[in-house]
Design a protein around this ligand. Sequence first.
Ligand SMILES: O=C(O)C(=O)C[C@]1(C(=O)O)C=C[C@@H](O)C=C1
Length: 300
Amino acid sequence: MEKVGFLGPKGSFTEAAAKALVPSNERVPFRSIPDTMDAVSEGKVDHAMVPMENAIEGSVNITLDYFIHHQRMNMAAEIVAPIEQHLLVSNQNLTSWDEVKKVYSHPQAIAQCHQFLRKYLPEAEISYVNSTAAAAKYIQENPDESAAAIANNIAADAYGLKIAQRKINDYENNRTRFLLLTKGDKPFSNKLISEETTYKTSMMISLPSDFSGALHQVLSAFSWRKMNLTKIESRPTKTGLGNYFFIIDVAMKRDNVLIPSVCEELEALGCGVQVLGSYPCFSWEELQNIGEKVVETKST
Ligand SMILES: O=C(O)C(=O)C[C@]1(C(=O)O)C=C[C@@H](O)C=C1
């Protein structure tokens, strides 16, 4: 059985994403996102499921930076999942949830609920932990502490906690984009892929030097080919202030014409270009539907 690593412990959003995309894989928890990625290169697991980007908070920088600077792998598949954050407490704190002195969660989750915290728990101390599930586990282990966790309903069930307040994320359509990373170029192939499956190709581009119109030239190489970009992100190269590279996601599968020719044009401009991966993209909702269809077909 193949193994997929995720940011644990059990009950994290990343585990839910792994379960939806590769349900037949054995799920192995790790303490951090870098540990999860290292586990792939060390051969402890076959894949790593990692969060890449959130609708409210933007990129998950630790994932992107660790991927670029320390652990390059194949981007094998994407899943976009809805994220509902709840305020979880032990039984003891249920009626007095608005008086808790401390709120534990992952920095991304805290950031998604800033307005809620400012409004209802302005005095509470924020304590950042490794994951939302780690926060829920902590509350289970310390039920008498005047504290709450921000985590999902799976964690509430897993750690026997009460949902004091539901859907506390500040904006409605909260979603996180997760990537399944693998070693080597083996394409993601399973029965989820159909004619309608859309693909993305992620590229890393560095500019030759800081001259006027450099980024404009890069973008026009994509634009005149009518290549649709779904994301452009700049991250520091970590070599000095003002030095950046760009991650560009193109809404297409790696082909033999457009992708090679855009790379050639960019290289001719003096840019560094690397294709990081080309992968099928799924939404949580479509995977649930496919799951149901598979069950239906089996039972008839
Ligand atoms: O803490 C978790 O449960 C995670 O899986 C991590 C993570 C993230 O880093 O973005 C995943 C999804 C949510 O956006 C919040 C937290």
